[in-house]
Design a protein. Structure first.
Length: 476
């Protein structure tokens, strides 16, 4: 269907790759229009993990052509055929870069439709380090949310474009596609990259074929491979964030810290803009009570005061992932499947471990220095949840997933904290948190000691929640 040649751009003096489309295809009805449209689609893409298209056109003698950046390396398919599956760290890095490419394309309403090992190009292979480019968005089709397929679409209803063994069920059936179809195909490629096999060929799970793989990665791929698109993750951003959690748990850097946080922060840009922002509880209470008094209805003002007071969570015992301070240890360990840890004084190290976050302090625990070595610090398999126990009871919880008792979730915006926690914070300050090697990144810490809860934020996104004994409990 096409041939690719190495060429020289004599104007800019650079090597390029020229893709010549089979000129015989021009005999098909409206092929030229389809090619021009798809070439324009490709030229819209500008991402480090997508091949760059410099130019396109139709030559009278040679037919349609694309001028692309020249890449040195090999495809994932060639790598798998010659050397077998990727090492686990390299597989995670490849997966993350594939997802970043899809995030960029999906933001422009572009579905790739042909994600497969042949279309993933490995530029650099240094041990377990990879740099990936996604190729061939040439059969992509722009889709518009909440809009019907136009009657004059250049791809006829029911047309199947792509490679069948990597297609989603809806693509094989010729039904309309959205970004979740790409997630299905991407999950197949990730499984094959780590095992050398497609999941439906062997019937074995990812963890059986790749013992290094986390059960959480297997669960994530299983979600992406659900036959019903509605049961898959909603978008590539959601999958990437979960993949980042896996990499943090295994100390495998997917991207430089700054680039990673930029991608996570951009998640908020995909949310709809709200024309109305609910005022905090304190302002609402004052406004309604004053309004009732002004119109001469003191009884209503009193009723409103007691109603709002009763519906405000302030003063209630806070929780995190359904856990409260003082809950019994055995019940919590079994319910949350805490599998790592033991007696430990994390503050005895030169630098406390990352799983403790940056909110929790020794003084928050209300125990003596002699007690610290006997704290029981238990963690989940992915290190995204850490609970400190003392004498068989919960003393503190640090989470980088889940939600608080007032339904604040990781990745929520700072404005959501202001809405759900209108109480004045005890402390609100910025600090430099350690990242990989000697690098740091800027985070904001917001503590509510009266409630016994604190938040870590980066670029106005919640990245951690910590539960600790409220101040009144310690003072009591």
């Amino acid at each position: 269907m096409a041939r690719v040649y190495r060429a020289l751009d004599i104007t800019l003096e650079r090597e390029v790759a020229v893709k010549l489309i089979n000129p015989e295809l021009r005999h098909e009805t409206e092929f030229d229009a389809r090619f021009q449209r798809e070439a324009r689609i490709v030229s819209q893409l500008n991402d480090p993990h997508i091949v760059v298209v410099h130019d396109f056109g139709i030559n009278a003698a040679r037919g349609p052509f694309l001028v692309m950046e020249y890449l040195q390396g090999r495809s994932l398919a060639e790598r798998l055929q010659s050397e077998g599956p990727l090492p686990y760290p390299a597989g995670l890095q490849m997966s993350a870069q594939l997802l970043l490419a899809l995030i960029h394309a999906h933001e422009k309403d572009i579905v790739h439709r042909d994600i497969k090992p042949d279309n993933l190009f490995l530029l650099q292979e240094r041990g377990s380090r990879l740099h990936v480019r996604v190729l061939d968005f040439g059969i992509a089709r722009i889709y518009r949310r909440n809009e019907p397929m136009p009657a004059d679409s250049l791809t006829n209803p029911g047309a199947i474009l792509g490679t069948p063994r990597y297609m989603s069920p809806e693509q094989l059936a010729g039904r309309p596609l959205d970004v979740r179809s790409d997630l299905y195909s991407a999950a197949l490629v990730v499984h094959e990259a780590l095992t050398g096999q497609l999941p439906y060929v062997t019937g074995k799970s990812l963890c059986e074929l790749c013992p290094e793989a986390s059960p959480l990665l297997q669960a994530l791929l299983d979600r992406c491979l659900k036959p019903n698109p509605a049961e898959r993750p909603a978008n590539a951003v959601e999958v990437y964030l979960q993949l980042q959690q896996l990499s943090d748990a295994n100390d495998i850097p997917l991207l430089p810290q700054e680039a990673r946080d930029e991608r996570i922060a951009s998640r908020a840009d995909t949310q709809p803009t709200l024309a109305y922002q609910k005022p905090n509880a304190r302002s609402r209470r004052r406004f309604l009570a004053a309004l009732a008094l002004i119109v001469g209805l003191p009884c209503i003002a009193i009723a409103l005061f007691w109603f709002l007071r009763s519906t405000t969570p302030k003063g209630e015992s806070e929780s995190l992932m359904g856990v409260k301070i003082g809950d019994p240890q055995q019940e919590v360990v079994e319910r949350l499947r805490l599998v790592k840890g033991g007696p430990l004084n994390p503050w005895g190290r030169k630098r406390p471990p990352n799983y403790l976050g940056h909110v929790l302090r020794v003084a928050d625990l209300g125990v003596s220095a002699d007690t610290l070595p006997f704290l029981d610090v238990q963690r989940s398999a992915d290190d995204r949840l850490c609970i400190v126990f003392h004498e068989g009871r919960v003393l503190a919880v640090v989470a980088r997933r889940g939600e608080s008792g007032r339904h604040l979730k990781i990745t929520d915006r700072k404005s959501r904290i202001m809405d759900l926690y209108p109480e004045d914070p005890t402390e609100d300050f910025m600090m430099d948190a350690p990242a990989a090697k000697d690098a740091t990144y800027r985070i904001e810490i917001r503590r509510h000691d009266i409630l016994g809860i604190g938040f870590e934020m980066h670029r106005d996104n919640v990245i951690g929640i910590t539960l600790y004994p409220p101040r009144n409990a310690l003072e009591g």
